[in-house]
Design a protein around this ligand. Structure first.
Ligand SMILES: *[C@@H]1O[C@H](CO)[C@@H](O)[C@H](O)[C@H]1NC(C)=O
Ligand SMILES: *[C@@H]1O[C@H](CO)[C@@H](O)[C@H](O)[C@H]1NC(C)=O
Ligand SMILES: *[C@@H]1O[C@H](CO)[C@@H](O)[C@H](O)[C@H]1NC(C)=O
Ligand SMILES: *[C@@H]1O[C@H](CO)[C@@H](O)[C@H](O)[C@H]1NC(C)=O
Ligand SMILES: *[C@@H]1O[C@H](CO)[C@@H](O)[C@H](O)[C@H]1NC(C)=O
Ligand SMILES: *[C@@H]1O[C@H](CO)[C@@H](O)[C@H](O)[C@H]1NC(C)=O
Ligand SMILES: *[C@@H]1O[C@H](CO)[C@@H](O)[C@H](O)[C@H]1NC(C)=O
Ligand SMILES: *[C@@H]1O[C@H](CO)[C@@H](O)[C@H](O)[C@H]1NC(C)=O
Ligand SMILES: *[C@@H]1O[C@H](CO)[C@@H](O)[C@H](O)[C@H]1NC(C)=O
Ligand SMILES: *[C@@H]1O[C@H](CO)[C@@H](O)[C@H](O)[C@H]1NC(C)=O
Ligand SMILES: *[C@@H]1O[C@H](CO)[C@@H](O)[C@H](O)[C@H]1NC(C)=O
Length: 745
């Protein structure tokens, strides 16, 4: 049964204790390191001798790094679809954070850090822990102002890390292990990027990527004014923008790209932890550059970050009814409501690999983004020069009054979600389970049973009026018990690198919202004299705090999922446009000072309720040992490309040890009498699947599989499983299992 633990160990407290004790040491390390960095760049300049011009061109110090952030891959709810049933059972691809640091070489304290984390969305609590650790390890360099926590907005990662209550409902509360993995790995990624800081140059460009996204709410998009729509060829953005990082000799070290497409290629019924199309794109690109390096050990860092993603979908074939036996089975869903026979449940978007699998769709959508990035990496792009500046502030959206450009005063509202929020989307139809089965005396969701009593009664009149066209399902802005259901305060942040300005957005802007936002801020940059006509503005998000969606006021009236999830009411977008535009003077060269800020969101992690039970016991079962082979590979004939090799082992719970920066499996090849690992659990060709076979005795099995890629060298191979078992008392024991040898012809 579930155990109610009202006082879980607090990550933040744990961290601050550790940080306090480490601080002195790290300060000394930092001083030594910066001293080294400056002396080494001076030495480089000296050694460069006659190449004075080239040295002068290295206007920036650049750092790139990545690290593993994969939380518990079993018995944990996955983040994105808000589906109680989507509990992970294994691993497809590890999640990683990729960090990009740009510092002004002439004034290295002027620097920004963009983190592209393979997670569904940024989060206030996770960001707070990351900022707190980095700002104490590197005082004066990294702070709440210049660190941006962006996401790929993928929907197949491990859940439970968000600080607010609403996204914790399906994960049965907060999952400290998930948050710790993200925090620790992201800090490591930034530390690695910092350690790699070296003089270099940046360049910028864009290209069109045609087949990787469609608009999943075209009926809402059509509510935007015809004259505005006529300015654009498509109902979603097709440009992929890329910032290229080169070393001083012009060799590429990586890139940060921006393209809007939902991380929903893998469906809601997938239970293998993965990184969806953007994480896959990063793997494909990085392994193309360094084919012989294990994923995660590469030095070239490919950043595929998210842009105005709100109404985009990777399910490019459209949405169809899967209603066996019904006359509408196989037909396109209803255009306005995305229903099948008046129900949302059967309406599913289809990706380009639909006939094969969602994993194939994921690979194709990833490859399109890789091709777009490579097209740009193959060109000479426009050089980026100019200062590195940033601005960050908090904006409290509770009845925030501001003037529209024509002078009319309007306001944003406390957060609330509309009915269509529960309808989901064509990428993931269906409801938060808590709107169903409420009349049952046998609750499906014990977490909901605990928290539902805290929900506030009906929204007060001022909230109803403020939210306008939105019929309120969950008035989360008034739900503060046991702790805040939704954030009322969001991070507003911009990073400027020369002529590039990254708008770090605490939510998912729809296509048209993103266009309005970019255009308004670009106009403000130029009219304030901060930048000239080459001002280049991109959207990045959902980042920092998860403020759900941002639809245009016109789309809001239609109340599709994106409108219903526009938390702060019809003027959410206008408020963001007004705020970001007003802050552009802080991006000017040499700008000093910070804008006035509303209070930061309160710390909630230490109060978080956590219902996930710990691992009690692993046992191998009578007469067996951990790692024993239960079902072996086929040794009587050889395998060839396209075949899948599987072995099943006596397993243990992988929650015992996340094996961060490591692997739960390898494929080993016999080379000159020695075993060499040639695949890890981060290769998309391998899968790790875990199954609890007896809850009482604690037995489980693990399947390791490898689908042999084209071009795999012929030879002798074996599958290896790495596990960690928990006895009832005492420390964990690590073990290894091997399949029999098999041959690949
Ligand atoms: C995260 O780092 C802290 C401090 O080093 C450590 O105590 C904790 O075990 C780590 N968590 C994970 C999941 O690795
Ligand atoms: C793509 O680059 C061109 C040339 O710099 C620029 O005119 C255009 O605005 C860019 N597109 C976007 C969407 O920023
Ligand atoms: C997962 O859902 C998709 C879309 O509904 C469906 O086509 C597919 O068959 C499902 N896969 C499994 C394994 O149930
Ligand atoms: C990455 O490289 C390090 C150092 O060479 C090595 O110890 C580690 O096993 C490698 N990781 C993987 C996943 O291959
Ligand atoms: C769907 O709803 C409409 C309007 O209420 C109704 O006319 C129609 O019969 C319904 N269709 C089905 C399949 O229930
Ligand atoms: C980039 O250049 C390489 C090497 O010439 C080529 O193989 C590749 O196809 C090019 N990629 C694109 C997308 O143009
Ligand atoms: C100002 O603009 C808003 C939004 O476009 C519009 O609703 C309002 O009527 C305008 N007010 C005036 C006085 O023109
Ligand atoms: C719960 O709802 C179902 C279906 O709507 C209904 O058949 C059942 O009688 C209800 N149970 C109670 C206890 O109200
Ligand atoms: C935001 O403003 C409201 C209304 O003034 C206030 O009740 C709330 O505490 C504020 N939120 C924060 C995080 O300060
Ligand atoms: C192994 O492969 C042979 C030849 O394809 C086949 O006949 C046999 O059934 C396989 N054995 C197992 C255990 O799959
Ligand atoms: C695991 O492997 C066994 C033996 O090959 C097989 O029967 C079982 O279906 C596999 N389980 C999964 C989840 O693939």
């Amino acid at each position: 049964m579930y155990v109610l633990d009202l006082k879980p160990p607090s990550l933040v407290l744990v961290w601050s204790d550790i940080m306090r004790s480490l601080m002195g040491y790290l300060n000394r390390l930092y001083i030594c390191f910066t001293a080294f960095l400056f002396s080494s760049s001076v030495v480089n300049n000296g050694a460069a001798g006659g190449l004075g011009v080239q040295v002068a061109q290295a206007q920036y110090l650049l750092g790139l790094g990545l690290a593993d952030i994969t939380g518990p891959v079993v018995e944990t709810n996955m983040m994105g679809y808000a589906s109680l049933a989507q509990v992970d059972t294994g691993l497809h691809l590890r999640q990683r954070s990729r960090a990009f640091i740009v510092a002004d070489a002439s004034n290295p304290a002027n620097r920004v850090v963009y983190i592209n984390a393979d997670i569904a969305m940024g989060d206030t609590g996770v960001r707070r822990s990351i900022v707190s650790a980095l700002s104490s390890q590197f005082p004066g360099l990294y702070s709440n102002e210049n660190i941006a926590l962006g996401s790929t907005h993928q929907h197949s990662g491990v859940g439970g890390y968000l600080e607010n209550l609403l996204p914790q409902i399906t994960s049965l509360g907060y999952v400290p292990l998930t948050a710790e993995a993200i925090v620790n790995g992201t800090i490591l990624a930034v530390q690695r990027a910092h350690a790699s800081l070296a003089p270099g140059s940046l360049s910028l460009g864009n290209t069109t990527v045609l087949n990787a996204n469609i608009n999943r709410s075209p009926s809402a998009y059509l509510a935007n004014p015809a004259a505005e729509r006529a300015m654009y060829q498509y109902d979603q953005d097709k440009e992929l923008t890329l910032l290229r990082f080169d070393d001083q000799d012009g060799n590429a070290r990586g890139f940060l790209s921006f393209f809007p497409v939902h991380g929903t290629s893998l469906y809601e019924n997938n239970t293998l932890v993965s990184s969806d199309n953007k994480g896959m794109a990063a793997y494909l690109y990085e392994s193309m550059v360094e084919p012989d390096v294990m994923p995660g050990n590469n030095t070239f860092v490919a950043g595929f970050t998210q842009a105005n993603v709100g109404d985009t979908s990777p399910n490019t074939l459209g949405a169809f009814c899967e209603s066996p036996g019904q006359p509408w089975d196989g037909q396109a869903c209803d255009f306005v409501h995305s229903t099948c026979g008046n129900m949302t449940e059967d309406c599913h978007g289809r990706g380009p690999g639909f006939r094969v699998s969602d994993f194939e769709s994921n690979r194709i959508i990833a490859q399109y983004q890789v091709d777009g990035a490579q097209t740009l990496m193959n060109q000479t792009l426009a050089p980026v020069s100019g200062p590195v500046t940033w601005v960050h502030t908090y904006m409290n959206m509770t009845f925030r009054q501001f003037a529209l450009p024509n002078g009319t005063m309007v306001q944003t509202c406390p957060p609330a979600l509309g009915f269509s929020f529960a309808g989901g989307t064509t990428d993931g139809p269906g409801a938060f389970d808590f709107i169903q089965g409420d009349n049952s005396s046998d609750p499906q969701n014990p977490f909901w049973e605990i928290v539902k009593g805290f929900i506030t009664p009906d929204a007060p009149p001022e909230q109803l009026e403020c939210q306008g066209a939105k019929p309120i399902l969950l008035d989360t802005g008034y739900a503060h018990e046991p702790y805040n259901w939704s954030p009322d305060t969001v991070d507003v942040q911009m990073l400027r690198i020369g002529n590039l300005v990254i708008l770090v957005i605490p939510g998912e802007l729809t296509t048209m919202s993103g266009r309005r936002m970019r255009d308004a801020v670009r106009t403000a940059l130029i009219s304030n004299g901060v930048l000239g006509d080459d001002a280049y503005v991109v959207i990045a998000g959902p980042a920092n705090t998860y403020g759900h969606y941002v639809a245009t006021p016109e789309e809001y009236t239609v109340q599709r999922y994106e409108g219903a999830s526009t938390l702060f009411g019809p003027h959410t977008l206008d408020s963001y446009i007004e705020k970001y535009s007003s802050l552009v003077p802080f991006l000017a060269a040499g700008s000093v000072g910070s804008p006035t800020s509303d209070a930061p969101p309160p710390e909630l992690t230490s109060e978080a309720i956590s219902l996930q039970t710990p691992v009690i016991l692993d046992s191998p079962g009578f007469g067996q040992n951990f790692g024993d082979v239960l079902a072996d590979v086929n040794t009587s004939s050889s395998y060839s490309a396209g075949d899948t090799v599987v072995a099943q082992f006596v397993g243990a719970n992988p929650r015992n040890n996340l094996r961060l920066e490591g692997t739960f499996l390898t494929v080993d090849q016999l080379v000159n009498g020695d075993w060499t690992s040639v695949r890890s659990d981060s290769h998309p060709s391998t899968l790790y699947q875990w199954l609890r076979t007896n809850t009482i005795t604690g037995t489980s099995t693990v399947n390791i599989s490898w689908t042999i890629e084209d071009g795999t060298a012929a030879g002798t191979y074996r599958l290896t499983y790495f596990g960690d078992a928990k006895p009832l008392i005492g420390p964990l024991t690590s073990f290894t299992g091997h399949s029999s040898d098999f041959s690949v012809a």
